[in-house]
Design a protein around this ligand. Structure first.
Ligand code: HEM
Length: 433
């Protein structure tokens, strides 16, 4: 017999979509519980928040991912047949592919390509009145990740492909036209990458061993077969798309630098521990992934609540990262909190919880953190800019909740290396934060 508080009403999908980051934690607070029963996507669901709930959610004996992601997300953000929907041995085998692609020396090589893109983009920005940082970083990451992965991208294709990439994570949750654009973008990108996988396998396009395109094209799955070409395209896109999505975190980092000039000043001092702490605090505080979904694998009871086989369960990531039982003053931006604390596997989950090898935690945290630190270093030490009047609010009804104007920079100038530590944005106009 379930004792979980229940949300009354026919369906709460609209409530979730209109406040995706706070829906679960605010209901949990109102109901005085770490979990509650509701109806989402026209089906019964259990929503959970906090570290204890996360430890249960990431138990593969109790939960599976097959059948959990709603079709509209599979057709846009994730793709169909990819690692996100696998379980057990099939998942471990496929996940090994990603863990290989993101080994530290591969991440360092990616960072090298991204660095040279920052320099050439910044030199170009000096000749422009203003630039929208989000759009620019999406483009520079698209160029860099394609070069790194050995995915050929002609100069005249950069604009089209970077827009398509962004649509996968930026418009997936839109209603109407935006969602349709996201579906269309996935079809185009998968077709492009499926052709590339075919060319690699047929020897028409030579790639070095170990690069992402080669690793995916030649990956042998649990059934000792190469991946079907369409699935290989989904998995290659599972490397490219989220790497481009680091643009969202980079814009959040730029927003935090602007909102917290005292942090910016300290970052100019070249302290790697503080730089790491700053980036972790951006990942904890800023709204990117709201929640993850799974289905109950076998009936079980937890916290006095019955979880029936097949039930949809949502785990709150954003709210868990701000759980006041774990984080002191959770709504304050305080990088220092990471200086003397190594977060646990279930209390800091910007990219999922548990561990990445045997579970569904994101394999790309090394990429995200490395590229964020690099961006922060570049913005603080090598770029002078102003942040002109604009709408800097984060729209929490949007997924992801980017600053409304995409974070505009003006009066950009590139600072020579001897300018280290002297690159404060010159002026902070009144702006709505
Ligand atoms: C942009 C910043 C990123 C964010 C916010 C993010 C977030 C996430 C989240 C929340 C999950 C789901 C965890 C779960 O289901 O429990 C995930 C899974 C995944 N991410 Fe990331 N990620 C990011 C970057 C990356 C990068 C750079 C890669 C490149 C390799 C990547 C590849 C993946 C893959 C392949 C999965 C599926 C893992 C699995 O199902 O086992 N992500 N990510």
């Amino acid at each position: 017999m379930s004792t979980a508080p229940q949300e009354t009403g026919f369906d709460h999908s609209l409530a979730f979509l209109s406040d995706p980051y706070r829906y679960i934690s605010s209901r949990c607070r109102e109901l005085g519980s770490d979990l509650f029963e509701t109806r989402i996507l026209l089906q019964p669901a259990i929503c959970m928040s906090g570290p204890e709930a996360a430890a249960v959610f990431y138990d593969p004996e109790r939960f599976q991912r097959a059948g959990a992601a709603p079709e509209p997300l599979q057709a846009t953000l994730f793709g169909k047949g990819g690692v996100q929907g696998l379980d057990g041995a099939a998942h471990r085998e496929r996940k090994a592919l990603f863990m290989k692609v993101v080994e530290p020396e591969r991440v360092a090589a990616l960072a090298g390509f991204v660095a040279s893109e920052w320099w050439s983009a910044a030199r170009r920005w000096q000749d422009e009145d203003r630039v929208i940082l989000y759009q620019e970083v999406v483009q520079l990451l698209t160029r860099a990740v394609c070069t790194w992965a050995y995915v050929p991208l002609a100069e005249d294709e950069v604009d089209k492909r970077s827009r398509q990439m962004a649509r996968l994570f930026d418009e997936a949750a839109n209603s109407g036209a935006g969602h349709l654009r996201s579906r269309y973008a996935r079809r185009r990108l998968e077709k492009w990458l499926a052709r590339l996988v075919g060319d690699i396998r047929d020897g028409r396009y030579a790639v070095p061993r170990g690069c992402a395109a080669e690793a995916v094209a030649n990956h042998v799955d649990a059934d000792a077969q190469l991946l079907p070409v369409e699935i290989a395209a989904v998995e290659l896109l599972n490397v490219l798309r989220p790497t481009v999505a680091v643009a969202v975190f980079i814009v959040f980092a730029a927003h935090a630098l602007h909102a917290h000039p005292e942090c910016r000043e300290r970052l100019g001092g070249d302290d790697p521990d503080y730089e790491d702490a700053f980036v972790q605090e951006v990942r904890r505080c800023y709204p990117f992934f709201p929640a993850v979904a799974a289905r109950v694998r076998v009936d079980f009871d937890w916290a006095g609540v019955h979880f029936p086989e097949g039930r949809l369960v949502l785990l709150d990531l954003y709210g868990s990262n701000r759980d006041p039982r774990v984080w002191e003053a959770p709504d304050e931006f305080r990088p220092e909190r990471f200086l003397d604390r190594t977060p646990g596997a279930f209390d800091f989950m910007p990219q999922g919880g548990a561990e990445p090898y045997g579970n569904h935690r994101c394999p790309g945290e090394g990429i995200a953190v490395t590229l964020m630190k690099q961006a922060v270093g570049f913005l603080v030490r090598h770029l002078g800019y102003q942040v002109p009047m604009q709408d800097l609010r984060l729209d929490l009804s949007r997924l992801p909740a980017l600053p409304c104007d995409g974070f505009i920079l003006s009066d950009v100038r590139v600072l020579e290396p001897q300018g280290r530590g002297r690159t404060q944005a010159q002026h902070r106009p009144e702006a709505r934060l």
